[in-house]
Design a protein around this ligand. Sequence first.
Ligand SMILES: O=C(O)CCC(=O)C(=O)O
Ligand SMILES: [Fe+2]
Length: 336
Amino acid sequence: MGEVDPAFVQSLEHQPKLDIIEADGIPLIDLSPLINSSDNDSSLASLVSKVINHGVPLKYREKIELAERKFFALSKEEKKKVSRGEANPLGYYDTEHTKNVRDWKEVFDFTVMNPTIVSASHVPEDKELREWVNRWPQYPPELREACEEYAAEMEKLAYKLLELIALSLGLPRTRLNGFFKEHTSFIRLNHYPVCPVPELVLGVGRHKDAGALTILAQDDVGGPEVKRKTDGEWVFVKPTPNAYIINVGDIIQVWSNDKYESVDHRVMVNSKKERFSIPFLLNPGHFTWVEPLEELTNKENPKYKAYNWGKFFVTRKLSNFKKLDVENIQIYHFRI
Ligand SMILES: O=C(O)CCC(=O)C(=O)O
Ligand SMILES: [Fe+2]
């Protein structure tokens, strides 16, 4: 089996197949009409897509990718100086579990709003709030600026995508924007080291993104797979240079009352090449009650009960910290 801690090993049914099936039919969306005009009504009809001509200058992506590589090249000891803790889960971390199996990766998380206001605990009755504050490492010194500039670009792109989604649902362009006034969005720097047993482990186990949407920058190594709806097969998402992969998250699924569906995905690792990726996870304010939008339910048939995003988010973070015996919180728990 090779030298690997059993905590990383996926159960047989979740082990990846290394002879990959390439996804075809992932739409490539050209955003240039939207960026060049203010009243275009093109629509995003899919769960996963790649966007090109997205308006994010390449220099910001190059700068953060370079700084990310320098950070992860530091010693564990150096990286652990900015370790995240249970009270403030921002910073460095290498023990995340997805679906209670350890992921083959290390990460550095920071929020876009600094500080970010969140619920202090997952306990429903506890109304106390807490501030999460970004932790910046001493090396490389340019990491902070690179992250902050990149975050500002991602925020702009996220609003464009959100507006496309609103239009595609027949809603006014800015219908969803108000939920993000004090948003809890964060960016994760991911490093997937070379792995001796890529057939037994995953970089990130199967999951759906809990927030509204995810904008993912990945390098040219490849790793993410999405679950094809027609036959349940895991298919490989081929890297496209300078494109972003967009995943619809659970919140859009709930708001749209299942017109959109969040995508099941996971990340394979590689025995020859390390891989880096940078997802931006767009999340609403902690006070948001997430429920199907009135305009989309005819008031008769909402498919979900309302849930509080702040509590959901904090509950999810808590379970990512340690191996639990039960599945962590999911939107289907709120299905009517
Ligand atoms: O690294 C990737 O390609 C995706 C990571 C991911 O799915 C996540 O962080 O939610
Ligand atoms: Fe994800």
